[in-house]
Ligand binder design. Structure first.
Ligand code: ZN
Length: 442
């Protein structure tokens, strides 16, 4: 009895196991939007050595199947930009561009529940992978949406471009920055651009109309060196510490606005100390009876698009690093706050921008809702395009999804991914059918 029971149990288990592995294999073999997303995610494009050849060849295959023309442009050797195009019927109208980046940040495999480059899909539909949210989802959704539009017989009035750029995670300097400044970019005659956004834990989709601009500031103090026992004015350390105090006070006033609920984090100027460098090194640390002649500190500043860059620099020159206290300053990075026409670098989200209205309606037509438009806390490649005076919205349609950008266990739910395709179908068809606005700059 016991033996037959055991055999019977083993038999049942073997059936369950074979059914499970069959469905797993089937899932792998099928060619669906989800499996194509998984394949794209499995191509490891993590820094410090992203493979740019493999994702481009994957995307070129997809583009060929869908019937898009393609072009690869290389401004820096080994860092290609892929541009796919669907020609519109009216070539005189400015075109539209959908951008995403090819690279992603590294992942510490051992801290993930599923390997970060396996794109494992759980039984309840969560696809775990580095890049699932940032931003390989949109890179595939653009193509899937176009594929569906083509199969429905849709033809665009305006030309649609899709760009896949390298190096975004390193600041975009060898990617979008060079592309946006090129004649190839100018020749696209862009009227409107969409780029990546961020997930939203709530029901609404988030949308970004601007970003804070980074300034990386180094302040430096010099003074007469002296004995550690002597009290005297104008030592380098004393001068630097005075500035550190002033900067901390400024930081507090900005942070207080956030704490009091008067402003969002992205609406203030943040200034955070990132390093301090001073002292005279000795064999076991630092010389303790000597006041050094040099001291410096590094700060990461992020400025809201409406911040006044001249006023900020005046504050730095007169209060944070004044020459009267033997101080100097340099910027390691100093992003622009004004576009090529002298306007704050942000995309209008009112009646003055018809693209905003069309985009919003297109999202709502799919039953989606938009949260209050935001300024992004950090930066994306959008800033290089906005700086050219071209309107850009940052948008990745991921509602009911925790924000896991650059985090362990980054995932996207399959149904959220599929909904995103539907949203882009609506957005791409509406934007590419828009007849107005002939000028590039609004
Ligand atoms: Zn990104």
């Amino acid at each position: 009895m016991a033996v037959s029971y055991l055999l019977w149990t083993l038999f049942i288990f073997s059936i369950i196991f074979s059914l499970q592995s069959n469905s797993q294999e089937q899932q792998e073999e099928e060619d669906t939007p989800i499996t194509r997303f998984q394949k794209y995610l499995r191509i490891n494009t993590a820094h410090p050595n992203p493979n740019y050849t493999a994702p481009i060849s994957f995307l070129l295959d997809q583009a060929r199947l869908i019937g898009l023309t393609s072009r690869t442009i290389e401004f820096v050797p080994g860092k290609p930009i892929l541009l796919l195009t669907w020609l519109g019927s009216n070539l005189n109208l400015p075109s539209i561009l959908f951008n995403s980046h090819l690279d992603y940040v590294p992942a510490e495999s051992e801290k993930w529940i599923h390997p970060p480059f396996s794109a494992h899909r759980t039984i309840d539909g969560l696809i775990y992978a580095r890049g699932a949210q940032d931003d390989k989802c949109i890179g595939v959704q653009y193509l899937e949406a176009i594929k569906n539009l083509k199969s429905r017989g849709f033809s665009p009035l305006r030309t649609i471009h899709i760009s896949y750029v390298p190096e975004e995670e390193l600041g975009g300097f060898d990617g979008m920055m060079k592309f946006a400044a090129s004649s190839e970019f100018k020749d696209l005659n862009l009227g409107f651009v969409m780029d990546e956004g961020q997930a939203s834990p709530g029901d609404e989709f988030r949308v970004f109309y601007g970003e804070r601009t980074p300034w990386h500031l180094v302040i430096r103090a010099e003074g007469i060196p002296g004995h550690g026992a002597k009290l005297y004015d104008n030592s380098a350390m004393e001068n630097l510490m005075k500035s550190v105090e002033l900067i901390s006070k400024f930081r507090e006033t900005q942070f207080d606005l956030v704490k009091a609920g008067k402003a969002a984090n992205s609406e203030v100027i943040s200034v955070n100390p990132v390093y301090l460098k001073a002292g005279t090194p000795s064999t076991n640390g630092f010389v303790m009876n000597m006041q050094p002649s040099e001291a410096e500190a590094g700060y990461d500043l992020r400025l809201h698009p409406m911040a006044d860059p001249n006023l900020m620099e005046k504050r730095i020159a007169e209060e944070w690093a004044p020459s009267i206290r033997n101080m100097t300053y340099i910027f390691k990075v100093k992003g622009n706050l004004r576009d090529n026409l002298g306007r704050p670098i942000m995309t209008p989200i009112d009646d003055s921008n018809p693209w905003w209205f069309i985009f919003k309606q297109a999202v709502e037509a799919t039953g989606g809702k938009l949260a209050k438009p935001e300024v992004l806390l950090s930066t994306t490649d959008s800033r290089f395009i906005r700086a050219m005076g071209i309107p850009v919205l940052g948008f990745s349609p991921m509602s009911n999804t925790p924000v896991l950008v650059h985090d362990h266990n980054e995932f996207l739910r399959d149904t959220v991914f599929m909904k995103g395709i539907e949203v882009y179908e609506s957005v791409i068809s509406a934007l590419s059918s828009f007849e107005g606005v002939s000028a590039q700059v609004i």
